[in-house]
Ligand binder design. Sequence first.
Ligand code: C5P
Length: 229
Amino acid sequence: MTVRQDFLKKVIVALDVDSGEKALELAQVLQGSGCWLKVGLELYARTGLALIAEFKQLGFNIFLDLKLHDIPTTVEKTLKILVASGVDMLNVHCSGGYEMMARAAEVCHKANKKIIGVTVLTSMGGDELPTIGIQGDVEEQVVRLAKLAQKAGLDGVVASPQEAGLLRRECGAEFLLVTPGIRPAWSAKNDQVRVLTPAEALAAGSSYLVVGRPVTQADNPREALERLF
Ligand code: C5P
């Protein structure tokens, strides 16, 4: 395996496209590169789990990004169904609490899947936290929830690459840090504001990089993926 393929194993391409056909076309173009695919709420709402088996047949690892947040029993039962679809990593909102996360971890680990947590949505600024009853700054809340997730047995969290250094120090070397907000120097920022390049994010402690539009909207997505490093 080349050094580049080793890096590409840490890239999760976000399939934010508006049809199952487009998602499958992209998967076929990216097949064999070593990258993961991320199926988010929008694609899931369109296609359900139908595409997962096809992606697995093409050899991909899949991150199913549904950010579950419900009572522990509902999350547990839902995860039992989702893990059976063959996905490799799933997520829940940490603010669902310890019991919910612990039950999620149990189901996913029994099925040999990774389960990570969402701390504070990056769309939510510090000014907004008090409106949902949270005092203190964003970083404090991110670390609080990441530590609770770790205690409950989750494998890691989704985080802004700007928080990766802090979380790596607070949660140790084994904790997975999955970071969106990645932009290589050659690509448009789109609506992402605070971005790091792939190399910077890895240096800051990211375990996996979530990359969407720089790859999916490129004229040649395979070439764009391979130009990330
Ligand atoms: O196209 P882009 O690279 O910005 O896509 C990033 C992906 O990561 C999208 O699927 C987006 O929903 C997701 N994401 C994000 N920022 C977060 C959490 C998830 O951009 N804080």
